[in-house]
Design a protein around this ligand. Structure first.
Ligand code: IMP
Ligand code: ZN
Length: 347
C-alpha cells in the first residue's frame, strides 16, 4: 500500500453523515465488551465482516442482533459512543452525525430516554476533553417496530430537539428494508418534519420498492440513505430519479457496506458513478464502520481509485458535504473556514 497516498485520505478533513452507532463499534471496543460479558460466548467473527468477505443483507441484520446483546446498558452505550466519536475524530472527521435506535432493556434498567441521554452525555464528554469533532445525533426509527413505536420515537426526539442544545437534530429511518411498508410510517415522519426535525431516510436499499420510495419522496426527506435502486439502470425508474433531482435531495453513499451486504455487485457498479456523473449531491459515508471493517478515509480512497478521481476532486467532494449537514448555517460557515485553512496545494 502506498503510504503517502494513505496520508492524504487520513489528513483530508471529512464529514460523516451516515453512521449507525452500534454498527460503528470497532474491533477494540468489541474486545472490551466481550470481556465485560464472557457468558455470551460471542466471538469477533460474529460482529464484523472482514476483508474479502460478503454477507446477505439478512445475515448483516443478524450481526446487529449480536452487537445489541453486547451493548445493553447505560455503561456500555457511554463507552461505545465515546469510543466511536474518538475513532472518527482520529480518522480526520471534523463533523459527524451519529444515528442510533433507542432501545429499552428491562434487565439493565435502560429506557429509551436514558439511551438518548447517554449518547448526548458521550458527545458532551468528548467535547469537554477537547476531541476535535462536532457531533450531532439523529434518533433512529427501526422500520421493523411499526407505526406506533415510530410515532413515540418522534415524540421523544421532539423533546430532545428542544432540550439538547442543538445536539439532537433529526430522525433516521432504517432497519431491515424487507420488513414492513414505509406508508405506515408517513404520519410519524411527517410529524417529525413539521416539528423541525431533519429527515434522513434509507430508501430503495433493495429492489422493487417503487411504491414505498415514491410515497416517501413526497414528504420529502432532507437526505436519502443508499438509494441503490432508484435509477432505471438498477431497476428503478425515471420518475423516482426526477423527484430526487428536482428536490435536490442529497444521497448518502456507502461503498463497502453495499458491496459487502451484496446489494451492489462490485465497486465499479456502485451507483456513486450514476449520481456523481450527473452532478447530483452525494456524500461518501461509512454506514457501519465496525461491521464492515472500514473507515471514512478508506471509503474516499476506494471512490478515488474506482472512479478515477484526482485529489482535487476528492477535496471538492469532502468540502461539498458541508452543504448537506443538518446543523445550522453558522456551523456550515465554521466548517468551511476549517476546510480553507487545511486546503493543500494541488499541483
Ligand atoms: P443502532 O441503531 O445504533 O443500534 O445501529 C444498528 C442498527 O442500524 C441496525 O439494527 C439497523 O436497524 C440499522 N442499520 C445499520 N445498517 C443498516 C443498513 O445498511 N440498512 C438499514 N438499516 C441499517
Ligand atoms: Zn444505514
Amino acid at each position: 500500500m502506498d503510504k503517502e497516498v494513505d496520508v492524504f485520505y487520513r489528513e483530508l478533513p471529512k464529514v460523516e453523515l451516515h453512521a449507525h452507532l452500534n454498527g460503528s463499534v470497532s474491533f477494540q471496543t468489541i474486545e472490551k465488551l466481550i470481556r465485560r460479558k464472557p457468558q455470551l460466548n460471542i466471538e469477533h467473527n460474529m460482529t464484523a465482516i472482514g476483508k474479502g468477505q460478503r454477507r446477505t443483507l439478512d445475515e448483516c441484520f443478524q450481526v446487529f442482533k449480536v452487537i445489541h446483546q453486547l451493548v445493553d446498558s447505560e455503561e456500555d452505550i457511554l463507552m461505545v459512543a465515546t469510543d466511536v466519536i474518538k475513532e472518527f475524530a482520529a480518522d480526520g472527521v471534523k463533523y459527524l452525525e451519529l444515528r442510533s435506535t433507542p432501545r429499552e432493556e428491562t434487565t439493565t434498567g435502560l429506557s429509551k430516554r436514558k439511551y438518548i441521554e447517554t449518547v448526548i452525555q458521550a458527545i458532551q464528554q468528548c467535547k469537554k476533553e477537547g476531541v476535535d469533532i462536532d457531533v450531532r445525533f439523529l434518533v433512529a426509527i427501526d422500520r421493523r417496530n411499526g407505526s406506533q413505536v415510530a410515532m413515540e420515537t418522534v415524540q421523544l426526539a421532539e423533546e430532545f430537539l428542544v432540550s439538547s442544545d442543538g445536539l439532537v437534530i433529526g430522525i433516521d429511518l432504517s432497519g431491515d428494508p424487507t420488513v414492513g411498508h414505509g406508508r405506515d410510517l408517513i404520519p410519524a415522519l411527517q410529524r417529525a418534519k413539521n416539528s423541525g426535525l431533519k429527515l434522513s431516510l434509507h430508501l430503495s436499499e433493495v429492489l422493487s420498492q417503487y411504491d414505498e420510495t415514491n410515497l416517501l419522496l413526497d414528504i420529502p426527506p432532507d437526505r436519502i440513505g443508499h438509494g441503490t435502486f432508484l435509477h432505471p439502470e438498477m431497476g428503478g425508474s425515471e420518475n423516482l430519479v426526477d423527484k430526487v433531482v428536482q428536490k435536490k435531495i442529497p444521497l448518502e453513499l456507502c461503498l463497502t457496506s453495499n458491496v459487502k451486504g451484496q446489494t451492489v455487485q462490485c465497486f465499479d457498479e456502485h451507483h456513486f458513478k450514476y449520481w456523481y456523473k450527473m452532478g447530483h449531491p452525494v456524500v461518501i459515508c461509512t454506514d457501519d464502520k465496525g461491521v464492515f471493517a472500514t473507515d471514512l478515509s478508506q471509503e474516499y480512497k476506494i471512490a478515488a481509485t474506482t472512479f478515477g478521481l484526482d485529489r482535487e476532486a476528492i477535496w471538492k467532494l469532502s468540502k461539498q458535504a458541508i452543504d448537506y449537514i443538518f446543523a445550522p448555517d453558522s456551523v456550515k460557515q465554521q466548517l468551511k473556514q476549517r476546510w480553507r485553512e487545511l486546503q493543500p496545494e494541488f499541483k
